[in-house]
Design a protein around this ligand. Structure first.
Ligand SMILES: [Zn+2]
Length: 360
């Protein structure tokens, strides 16, 4: 258990904004300890982990994305403030008054997104949202030259949220950044580490993808690299259990078990695969939740549309406050999801895969 928490902490604290996933790639290489697993990368940087049984057996692809929402240095003002490009779907008000890490060639530089103080705002300004294009990061530089030469900041440097993992007043609620999708990455790592090729009726691939937050880019290339028969995508679920949310928006509750997505704006899952997941959870006595939401997007959608079409499903860990510096998940949901995913993988034999792939 301790090991699981340590892994979640390491992955949440790790910095890997979209397009700059190197640090997370490194963590995964360290944490995949099953000697049967070989690790490679595709041409875009996604990690392809593999337990190969034989060439004839079906190929099952687990996937999870390594990247997190971030920013990128656009330019430095003459006064030494950092203007930025957003990487991924930020809400403007989630960017204001936060701490950030600018990942320069020579190391991490701290910064903060400030806005003008309330003391000098007009009545209208106090009610307004500050659009991201007007924001900047203050790194304490004297001027542009100081930011470039002393701090080593350059256009194109990635910027990651600065927010540390901690327990939230309990021993099961975990507070941290980047659960989207490091919780999926942790699930993928622990599932792969628990597998034994002698007990597998298939070849298992773990695809840790890059650049999901800007359009599932890594999932496209890794799906074509692996050519799976089935894709099980591991993601954050959307919790709807806090003020301002309601079941019309999102149905999941943190702590009530992993979720199966029945609809999001990018994908409708394969129905036989959906039923296989529901039956497996029932047999294992794992409580599951369903998610029907109108927004969202996930890597399963890219896998589903690769080649001639591939059965895919998205399994979620309910998460509060997605796409911000502070998300909340429940360790118990993670543990149940791990049991479910391991069993799904171990039971996807040739006959089951054939039946899932058939529309007869
Ligand atoms: Zn995600």
């Amino acid at each position: 258990m301790n090991k699981t928490i340590k892994l979640l902490e390491k992955l949440s604290n790790g910095h890997g904004p979209t397009g700059f996933e190197g640090q997370i790639r490194q963590i995964i290489r360290e944490e995949i300890t099953n000697p049967e697993i070989s690790i490679d990368t595709d041409g875009l940087g996604s990690l392809i982990c593999k337990i190969e049984k034989d060439k004839q057996s079906p190929k099952i692809m687990l996937s999870a994305h390594m990247d997190e929402l971030g920013l990128m240095v656009r330019y430095i003002t003459e006064e030494g403030f950092i203007k930025f490009q957003t990487l991924g779907g930020w809400l403007d008000q989630s960017i204001v008054n936060q701490r950030w890490i600018i990942m320069t060639k020579s190391g991490n530089i701290k910064g903060v997104t400030g806005i003008k103080t309330v003391h000098v705002m007009t009545e209208t300004e106090r009610k307004q949202i500050f659009p991201k294009d007007n924001l900047f990061i203050d790194v304490g530089a004297k001027n542009k030259q100081d930011a470039e030469e002393r701090l080593g900041i350059l256009p194109g440097d990635p910027i990651s949220p600065d927010s540390s993992f901690e327990f939230l007043n309990s021993d099961n609620l975990l507070l941290g950044k980047a659960w989207d999708d490091r919780v999926g990455v942790a699930l993928l790592i622990e599932t792969l580490n628990s597998l034994d090729s002698k007990k597998l009726p298939n070849n298992v691939f773990g695809s840790c993808t890059v650049q999901e937050e800007v359009g599932l880019r890594g999932a496209i290339t890794s799906s074509y690299t692996i050519a799976p028969d089935i894709n099980i995508n591991l993601e954050v679920g959307v919790a709807g259990d806090y003020p301002g949310m309601n079941p019309n928006l999102a149905q999941e509750k943190v702590g009530a078990g992993p979720s199966i997505f029945l609809h999001d704006s990018s994908m409708i899952p394969n129905l036989k695969l959906r039923d296989f997941c529901i039956d497996t959870a029932k047999n294992l006595n794992i409580p599951i939740q369903f998610s029907v939401i109108s927004g969202y997007g996930e890597d399963g959608a890219a896998a589903q549309k690769s080649f001639g079409g591939i059965p895919a499903i998205n399994i979620g860990i309910p998460t509060r406050y997605l796409h911000s510096h502070n998300g909340i998940i429940d360790l118990n949901d993670f543990i149940k999801a791990k049991m479910l995913v391991k069993n799904l993988v171990e039971n996807l034999d040739e006959t089951t895969v054939k039946s899932i792939k058939s529309f007869d």
